[in-house]
Ligand binder design. Structure first.
Ligand code: PLP
Length: 395
């Protein structure tokens, strides 16, 4: 029996593989502090859970329209209009089980074989994996530490060819926690408009910012018609396991994305969608308190890491990740790269982190070593993790 060749082009998320390793070590009785996983450790707010339970009791347990129930699409349209300052029609919204499907469906709908797609590197590994799988050509755009993990505009310009069909941006950014400045967004917008290119703006961490709000590229004149805005409930409302996300895009494209949903998922779980309405329309106190707490943890981990010999890091502005430079630590420990450091910290230090390679291949000429740590875990865990890293690294 054969397995189709195309499946070999599909990548994965390193984070999930490390999770398997961590769980194995834990079942063997090892006490591991995990700073690897990218999800809030907070519970989903009670009002959202209650809304889902009520929806089940009220009988919302059947199929819904593939694009999502109208009241949720209306809620999303209002939320996006208010936060991004654009007019949104509910027909421009597609609800999916998490942001991942709407991303996949967007590539499936907009990229032909051989079309080039520019994506941030380091970056969320699914961008490259899905592009390869769907026969697009992923073109990495290096994000540079010396530019606060933004990109070089000239470099972006040089990567544009007649085959470029899409640019992906992700801000606040996984894994670096950086936020693109308005000037950077304007540069992307100008290039996209000039060359008639789609932009996917992955704004899943939109509400998790610490030093002022981030502006969306969709608000820039001329961008609404070519932007596919992705956002969702996984991070803002600690709902990763619920599977609820959405895309906002022009109507014609939204209809194709919904048709793919008809073919693949039929729809997002109906009672989950009712919980989504409560998330957007109900009190925001729990979500705001979560961001306040994450900010304290950000400060803690930022200071703690910079206090370790051989590690230095920039202060992240959003999301819940920090991406320190560990070149010197690797050198001091005689480790070849950050993958070796990841293994060393896990097996010798009992701390799980993710190596650079979990976020795409090294850029040409990239010589520095980095790891990603998630601070979506308790302050006690962060302090204990930092203590263990310091002990393991400063030998
Ligand atoms: N985009 C980015 C940048 C992410 O970091 C993640 C999750 O880690 C996602 C998308 C996927 O979100 P969801 O769980 O809603 O599918």
């Amino acid at each position: 029996m054969q397995i189709a060749k195309r499946i070999r082009r599909l990548g994965t998320e390193g984070g999930f593989e490390v999770l398997v390793q961590v769980n194995k070590l834990k079942t063997e009785g090892r006490d591991i502090i995990s700073l690897a996983i990218g999800e809030p450790d907070f519970d989903t707010p009670q009002n959202i859970k209650d809304a889902a339970i009520k929806a089940i009791k009220d009988g919302y347990t059947h199929y819904s329209p593939s694009a999502g129930i109208l009241p949720l699409r209306e809620s999303i349209a209002r939320y996006v209009s208010k936060t991004r300052g654009i007019e949104v029609d509910p027909d421009e919204v597609v609800v999916t089980p998490g942001v991942k499907p709407v991303f996949f469906n967007s590539i499936l709908s907009c990229i032909n074989e051989g079309d080039e797609l520019i994506y941030p590197n380091p970056g969320y590994p699914i961008y490259e994996s899905v592009t390869n799988f769907l026969h697009g050509k992923p073109v990495p755009l290096p994000l540079l530490e010396e530019k606060n993990f933004s990109f070089d505009v000239e470099d972006l310009q040089k990567k544009i060819t007649p085959r470029t069909k899409m640019i992906i941006i992700n801000s606040p950014h996984n894994p670096t926690g950086s936020i693109l400045s308005y000037n950077d967004l304007k540069a992307v917008a100008e290039i996209a408009i000039q060359n008639d290119i789609w932009v996917i703006s992955d704004e899943i961490y939109y509400n998790i910012t610490y030093d002022g709000k981030f502006q969306s590229i969709v608000s820039i004149p001329g961008m609404e018609e070519r932007t596919i805005l992705l956002d969702g409930f996984s991070k803002t409302y600690a709902m990763t396991g619920w599977r609820l996300g959405f895309g906002v895009m022009k109507k014609e494209l939204a209809a194709h994305i919904a048709r793919i949903e008809t073919n693949v998922d039929a729809c997002t779980a109906t009672f989950t969608q009712y919980a989504g309405i409560e998330a957007l329309e109900g009190p925001q106190d729990d979500s705001l308190a979560m961001v306040e707490e994450l900010k304290k943890r950000r400060d803690l981990i930022y200071e703690g890491l910079n206090d370790i010999k051989g590690i230095k890091c920039l202060k992240p502005k959003g999301a819940f990740y920090v991406y320190p430079n560990v070149t010197e630590a690797c050198r001091n420990l005689n480790l070849s790269d950050s993958e070796a450091l990841q293994q060393y910290l896990l097996y010798k230090g009992n701390v799980a982190v993710l190596a650079r390679s979990c976020f795409g291949q090294r850029n040409k000429g990239e010589r520095e070593e980095y790891i990603r740590l998630s601070y979506a875990t308790s302050r006690e865990n962060i302090l204990e993790g930092l203590r263990r890293i310091k002990k393991a690294v400063e030998v």
